[in-house]
Design a protein around this ligand. Structure first.
Ligand SMILES: O=C(O)CCC(=O)C(=O)O
Ligand SMILES: [Fe+2]
Length: 330
């Protein structure tokens, strides 16, 4: 990745925002993460630790703050913000965990780093019924989940809006790579803006009607099927998308045809993003869908390991769903 490419021309679509920290920026961010990792009580889910994390997040390198602010204003055609050269030392990372529902609850340097970035983008949240409501979750292959459509699986994971069934699905998903694994594993990303020109107007019109239902992913302990909802909403040239090609089904044949053609277009326009240790990507969950290619884990502590966080833009919108006004949603 090269240095920041932030478009300042308001008439042009913003390109993918990409920031590679300089050595000095990496050192400064490393010192912040270090300070945060030593802050009592040392748990990323603790309210007191979160107060400190929010405050320290205001001291990120200014070029990163600028990129995050710009991305929040306009996610660009790709819906991605990627940050490289974060202070992650793969050799210092313990063996990759391989148990279901794995999460990072200690304020390690990687967990603190992910939280510092996420807390500048917005509010880091989680769901009570997924990974026990942990804010920093591990994306790792799990032997017992190998064939599942979840991030513990290693079969191809279908393109999806994260938690598409949930009324308060994340606005952004952040993924920080701690360990790449032996094999290149691509997170598949596909932005609706690129897929749209491949569709007929009649399909787009159908996708805008409430003729689709979505169920909860296997990572959720509970969760109901949605009421009928549209897959596309918002502006015609720049809509929002809400779909999980594994969990969303159409209520009639015409809608099923449109959904299948959208899937084809999004697969055709998708790209594989291979994250390396020290790289973090934020995905705008309103404008792109993501998935993952198949791979062959060895469950020997050296497999791929990402930290995942969810970000919301507005705490007030979820006040009736947050437990004790905290970051965990029911
Ligand atoms: O493994 C990946 O790259 C993506 C998995 C995924 O969809 C997720 O963790 O939400
Ligand atoms: Fe996902």
């Amino acid at each position: 990745m090269t240095s920041a490419r932030i478009d300042t021309d308001p008439n042009r679509e913003a390109p993918t925002a990409q920031v590679d920290l300089t050595g000095a920026e990496r050192t400064a961010l490393g010192a912040l993460a270090e300070q945060l990792s030593r802050t009592a009580p040392g748990g990323v889910d603790h309210p007191r630790w979160l107060v400190a994390a929010r405050r320290l997040s205001c001291h990120l390198p200014v070029r990163l703050l600028e990129a995050i602010r710009q991305y929040r204003h306009d996610p660009g055609g790709d819906g991605l913000l990627t940050v490289g050269n974060l202070p992650i030392d793969e050799d210092a990372v313990p063996p990759t965990p391989d148990v279901p529902d794995s999460a990072e609850t200690s304020a390690t340097i990687p967990a603190a780093t992910a939280m510092l970035l996420g807390l500048q983008l917005g509010e880091v949240i989680a769901y009570r019924d997924e990974k026990r409501g942990a804010l920093v979750q591990n994306v790792v292959p799990v032997r017992s989940l190998a064939g599942s459509q979840s991030n513990g699986g290693s079969v191809e994971l279908s393109l999806h809006t994260e938690n598409a069934f949930h009324p308060h699905r994340p606005d952004y998903v952040g993924m920080l790579c701690l360990r790449g694994g032996r094999e290149e594993v691509g997170t598949l990303v596909s932005a609706v803006r690129h897929a749209l020109p491949l569709l007929d107007e009649s399909d787009v019109a159908v996708l805008r009607t409430a003729r689709f239902v979505t169920s909860a992913p296997p990572s959720f302990r509970a969760g109901h099927r949605t009421d009928p909802h549209p897959v596309l909403t918002g502006g015609t040239a720049d809509p929002n998308v809400r779909v999980d090609f594994h969990a969303t089904s159409a209520l009639d044949e015409e809608a099923a045809g449109a959904l299948e053609r959208l899937r084809g277009a999004m697969v055709a326009e998708g790209t594989a993003m291979v994250l390396r240790p020290g790289e973090m990507a934020f995905m705008d969950n309103r404008v792109l869908v993501h998935g993952r290619g198949a791979f062959t884990p060895r469950y020997d502590g050296r497999d791929r390991w990402l930290h995942r966080i969810f970000v919301h833009l507005d705490n007030r919108r979820t006040s009736d769903s947050r437990i004790d006004s905290g970051p965990v949603l029911i």
